[in-house]
Ligand binder design. Structure first.
Ligand SMILES: C[S@@+](CC[C@H](N)C(=O)[O-])C[C@H]1O[C@@H](n2cnc3c(N)ncnc32)[C@H](O)[C@@H]1O
Length: 409
């Protein structure tokens, strides 16, 4: 039953809003019932984001104590309300520094309704080049990815976290989408599950590799709808506690900005099943809407992209072993580039494939092809990035490429 009593106006000068911490009693972290542990263990072990194939809830809970804590920033008065493991909190700095990147001047996006009935979405307000920053945002709420208490307590945490934020922030949170039916969970839990984005904090996991992994709510970036061939990706910077939204393809003013909610290399039917179970929608992106005849080709292309790196010789091996055909490396990367472009999957190592092709031609002393592919690799990077500068230098003088002509013939 939905039961959240919303904090209508948390006092601005309250203890909560000042960033001080209040510790949850350790005895609340006692292991929950066995069936609950077994269910959590199975979920966490199979979650690729957590990389914890041996997760054990009881072990994770041992000595775990949480605190509420407001993160404050050097460059803004905004605050982030967090629920953190006490040990994790003790490792974070008092003030988070400014983000390493910032979006260009002027409005870069708007949040509005599109034509395709996905509810609200994020739309580009100006043209954005590949690698361009669309938005940079601090989270409003951060909680551990695994809150190691019984699920019925979750709503109490979210209510307490909202009490630590301004009334405007709370109102904005309450307007976020909720894809979960009331019978399944409380509204606050539904909003968290619909909108939170996985982030990793700058703390060691030690015996609990899942410990640094958290979920964050970002009021603007959480509005991005899903596409199975997204034109943008998230880039989390743990040092400044900021999330950037980066263009994967040139985006024109007015285009919808999309990200991938589920791994794009699984088949169309698996993607749709995951989206339905996690976010309760039937995907209507342009890739899902392709005619059925193209679906099996698309599934095969995505599977091939997932395995491509495993089947490749390393660049060094290819350089030094003349029995490996000259084109063996370059052709495989070119095929990957073609598949990525056809499937709209620039999020899958597109830049690394372009680099590898340029490097292959550099090792073969092919000036023309080297420059062509190094330019493509450069153009995929943000214009003022270190990577773009290095590639630019090689294009200007190919022989400065460190392994120029290394391929044995
Ligand atoms: C994180 S919210 C995204 C913002 C949301 N559209 C809103 O109005 O705030 C996720 C929800 O957006 C909708 N959505 C996102 N991508 C979609 C897609 N490709 N096809 C259909 N619905 C989509 C679904 O209702 C999903 O549960």
């Amino acid at each position: 039953m939905p039961s959240a009593t919303m904090p209508s106006s948390p006092p601005r000068d309250s203890k909560a809003a000042s960033g001080s911490t209040s510790y949850l009693k350790r005895n609340r972290c006692r292991p929950p019932p066995l069936e609950f542990c077994a269910e959590m263990n199975a979920n966490i072990r199979s979650n690729p984001n957590l990389d914890s194939p041996y997760f054990d809830l009881a072990g994770h809970l041992e000595n775990r104590a949480y605190c509420f804590h407001n993160i404050v920033y050097a460059d803004t008065f905004d605050q982030t309300a967090t629920l953190l493991d006490v040990g994790v909190k003790s490792l974070l700095p008092d003030f988070m520094p400014s983000p390493p990147v910032s979006p260009p001047r002027g409005a870069t996006f708007s949040i509005r309704r599109g034509d395709d009935k996905h509810g609200l979405g994020m739309f580009a307000a100006q043209n954005v080049p590949v690698g361009g920053i669309i938005a940079v945002e601090r989270p409003m709420i951060v909680v551990p990815y695994i809150i190691a208490l019984q699920s019925h307590a979750e709503v109490d945490f979210y209510t307490a976290l909202l009490h630590r934020l301004s009334p405007d922030a709370v109102a904005n949170f309450m307007e976020l989408a909720n894809c979960k039916p009331a019978a399944e969970c409380d509204m606050l839990v539904g909003i968290m599950r619909t909108n939170s984005i996985g982030i990793t904090l700058n703390v060691p996991g030690g015996p609990h590799p899942e410990l640094p992994t958290h979920r964050g709510i970002f009021l603007n970036i959480s509005r991005c709808n899903h596409s199975c061939g997204p034109n943008a990706r998230w880039q989390w910077d743990a040092a400044s506690f900021s999330l950037s939204l980066v263009a994967l393809r040139p985006i024109e003013a007015g285009d919808e900005i999309t990200v991938a909610y589920v791994p794009p290399t699984i088949s169309r039917s698996e993607r749709r099943a995951q989206l339905k179970s996690l976010y309760n929608f039937s995907c209507r992106c342009e890739f899902c809407a392709r005619p059925a005849a193209l679906t099996s080709r698309s599934d095969a292309a995505r599977t091939e992209l997932e395995t491509v790196w495993k089947e490749l010789p390393s660049f060094e091996t290819w350089c030094l072993n003349s029995t490996i055909p000259q084109q063996a490396l370059i052709d495989v990367h070119k095929r990957a580039v073609a598949l990525i472009e056809a499937e709209g999957l620039e999020m899958l190592d597109y830049g690394k494939h372009l680099d590898a092709i340029a490097m292959g031609y550099g090792a073969l002393r092919d000036v023309e092809q080297f420059c062509e592919w190094a330019c493509r690799a450069r153009d995929f990077r943000p214009p003022d990035s270190d990577e773009a500068r290095v590639l630019e230098g090689w294009v200007a003088d190919p022989e400065t490429f460190p392994v120029w002509g290394w391929r044995r013939t």
